[in-house]
Design a protein around this ligand. Sequence first.
Ligand SMILES: [Zn+2]
Length: 83
Amino acid sequence: MKPVGIGRYSTGQKRCQICEIFLKWDGLWCPCCGYRLRTRPRNSKFKAELRASNEIDKAKSLGVYEHPPIQAHQKHIAHKRKH
Ligand SMILES: [Zn+2]
């Protein structure tokens, strides 16, 4: 097993899991084995936030979620809107 750096996706390359290589390739499919290529993961931060907010909603519905202090809550919203 070799270490896989997420940073390598940022060069515009795609990864074939079958050939275990990074390719500079415009297509969605590996030119050598035809398997679907993995592209740079997008919106991973957004997804993580979405998942976190879903968990908060779940906690709210279960009645176990405690509201943070109002100041902290507003800061959090302002931070999210910036992005
Ligand atoms: Zn391949």
